[in-house]
Design a protein around this ligand. Sequence first.
Ligand code: IVH
Length: 677
Amino acid sequence: MAGIESGKQQKIDGLRITKLREQLNRHSYLYYVLDSPEIPDSEYDRLYRELQQLEQKYPELITADSPTQRVGEQPLDAFTQITHRIPMLSLDNVFSEDELEAFFKRIHDRLEFNDELEFNAEPKLDGLAVSLVYENGLFVQAATRGDGATGEDVTQNVKTIHAVPLRLRGEGFPRLLEVRGEVFMPKAGFNRLNKTALEKGEKTFVNPRNAAAGSLRQLDPRITAARPLSFYCYSTGAVEGEGLASTQNSILLQLQQWGLPVCPEVKRIKGIKGCLSYYDSIQRQRDDLPYDIDGVVYKVNELKWQQKLGFVARAPRWAIAHKFPAQEEITRISSVDFQVGRTGAITPVARLEPVFVGGVTVSNATLHNMDEIERKDVRIGDRVFIRRAGDVIPEVVRVVPGSRKEKVRRIKLPERCPVCGSDIERIEGEAVARCTGGLICKAQRTEAIKHFASRKAMDIDGLGDKLVEQMVEAGMIETVVDLYRLDLEEIAALERMGQKSAENLIAAINASRKPTLAKLIYALGIREVGEATARSLALAYGDLDSIMGADEEALQQIQDIGPIVAKHIIHFFAQPHNHKVIAQLLKEVDIQQPVVSRDRQILSGKTFVITGTLADMTRDEARELLQAAGAKVSGSVSAKTDYLLAGEKAGSKLTRAKKLGVEVIDEAGLRALLQSG
Ligand code: IVH
């Protein structure tokens, strides 16, 4: 009887095991390939543990493609070499439009074809190439590119990457299918990994590509498993049996249907115009993409044309990498200066031998603070890597290994402020050193005025950093109030100004006389009070007097405000000088009532994402409107997004929203929503 019972139970458990594997594989596919998960991670983990427990009970039912079999137990002694069935090629590069035109001419001449050719355009992922072999749909082997002819067997390590399916989905795939693609470390995972390493005092990785390479080439697969690696495929290698489509783009679609992740930004385009506009669009999105890229790749879409074009040496004639300007270059530090910020923060700035990086010539780069200098062991005279990514301030990343000359000098923090001569203090446990001069210090005053005029603060158009410096230098302004009392003739007399630009400036200053409370608070430049905190303060108190009268305890009740920020706010308003400036300022400006009152949080609980160029407002203004109505505004589209507010030239976020079925609205739609309550 017991035998029959347990036999029955075993059958039930066996069916459950199969079911769990199917479910787990499906959820991995939804997550990694379609990028639209249906269940939270916790639910996935629960199913995973249930499978693990059942498999422990019935070890004979464990299969090679079970999701529990991703991490092997034993480290290898060494990697085995694998000869690629078909060599893994490289790509030729172009860096300019002219070079791209030459590429087009070459292929058109060779094909004797004058019409527009179709291409598949893809981001050039910055990771490392691998080859994956599937036999009858089962993942059996992974190898690095190596020298192109032979690579290393990294099967155990690649198996730990959840984005790589252990079994292909569906049917119709060739009996033997070699898939090629890039293993990479997403930016978020890379930052997390380095943060943990820093906290533990361990060595950090230089960039996501090195981190990916270092993680994949581990003899112990358990280490690889702990690293946040991912994978996108971009081509096939050896294929035996039928089933592959006849264009690059449709092959990628097939691979995706079989469960292999494909980069969501790949696109079919036409001619050189299509290439250039794809290049521009990806370059604009570059900083927002969740992974590092160093350019884009165009591949002739039709395989029959590809075959006709063939290969030269180590690269195909039918594809080209169009690279972005390098974001890292090497140069020498000639000296170091110390700059004083708005809150007195002293920032060491390296003066460099000029170098072209990220598309511009750079001769200064930040060294952040003394702790960073020590951690990186940077000295004057060192050859260093400079990084300039997007609009970010160029920074000194690290010393070029082995390049140090004997003549280098250590960088020393000065004892006195280079601008006002006040003492510099460095509080225990804080990385940043500060000038103690407060508003006596001309540098702090100047920076405070720049901040006040900046776009997200009072938004005084045309009052740039240089002009503020000029006016402070000329003794025309000491505090922000002086801006509202400027004399037209005096401005016009400044170097590089004139009657017309002086008039424009006065008009812009006058236009800033009607700030919202949130903008005014932000513009005051209280330490640690960014835009979000300023908004929370404005929303909670409604007027400046109440904020100035609030005590530490009350302030800490507000969203985003902890004990440190509360102390900074109290400290700021306790300064007699600040009191005086605010009193004078309130005579010059007229604070606007919020568009949506705080009692009408009609969009509370709704999450919005904003993208593209809006016609009637900036994205910041739209965000303020939404937040004032209680909505949450997030940076990326996910299944949890309720609305995408999309303007002109919306890109990947719009595509993603459509894919996830998120409601897309324009500005008219936004207005309708705001008025609906
Ligand atoms: S195709 C025959 N497509 O770039 C074509 N490569 O410089 C071979 N890479 O080794 C490669 N993104 O590691 C291709 N969308 C993409 C790519 C890509 C990144 C890397 C790959 C390759 C290297 C060549």
